[in-house]
Write a protein that binds this ligand. Sequence first.
Ligand code: UDP
Ligand code: MG
Length: 316
Amino acid sequence: MDISVVIPLYNEEESLPELCSWIEKVMKDNRFSYEIIFVNDGSTDKSWNVIEELSNKSEHVKGIKFRRNYGKSPALFCGFEKAEGDVVITMDADLQDSPEEIPALYNMIITDGYDLVSGWKQKRYDPLSKTIPTKLFNATARAVSGIKNLHDFNCGLKAYRKDVIKNIEVYGEMHRYIPYLAKNAGFSKIGEKIVHHQARKYGKTKFGLNRFINGYLDLITLWFLSTFGVKPMHIFGFLGSIMFIFGFIAVAAVGCMKLYNMYAGNHYSLVTDNPYFYLALTTMILGTQLFIAGFLGELIARNSQERNKYQIEKEL
Ligand code: UDP
Ligand code: MG
């Protein structure tokens, strides 16, 4: 099979028939063999009935129905598990992404050899309150992930080589960082294609402004996991040692000052009257705590199923 289109959706009943017939038209015009996988993420409207109808009409339409709303990442995860095409396309169900882009995306994967191609909504039809934070968000994501050539990490329209989606695990709200996940899994040929974007025709957006706060937290988590996931001591031990040494030197200095003043016959007071003593003490305690966190991290990492999970590309 050439293409699997994976579409996560939550309460998008109005858009589905139009989206489905548009995709089918593009596929027929280009003679692709394909499947469309609708992942109904616990919609409370009639989305599932619509999917059932579409599936009865066309053998290409498949569906997954969650019992409740889990989020876009879990929906993508299950869609990816089911996908069989050589190239997997993800797109939003709200008709903001155009199926007309599919053939070009397919060619970039198959002919140009990209592992992953992300859409770039260069001209967006979203409110300003969304586009400005998005710019900031993408700049940070570029800096942290080291994928310098992507302008739009969170674009719903993306194309993947089958290997990519079978070897990464999207969970939580990590759908924003799939290119970063792919890069961490060793898929380095990541490209971008400018895509058309439209204003939402039906329904309303499912993500509020808290997407940016959560987005940043997830980015930090990913960075942490990819850098120190299997060697937590390297960060906790390092920070802990620095803090402890710093505190130790400071305590010693406070003590030496008092001894010096005693012998020199100057005025002196109890070390416990010196505020620096408490700061130094706290630093030493925190340093020790960080160090212990490092040990605990190592114990956890040792038990992790991921600890010896490597991407083996070929074997002879
Ligand atoms: N979506 C989903 N589960 C959710 C929230 C959203 O499957 O919990 C789907 C939604 O139906 C749409 C896509 O994810 O197909 C993108 O959502 P939306 O268009 O609301 O995001 P935006 O375009 O505002 O970033
Ligand atoms: Mg949308």
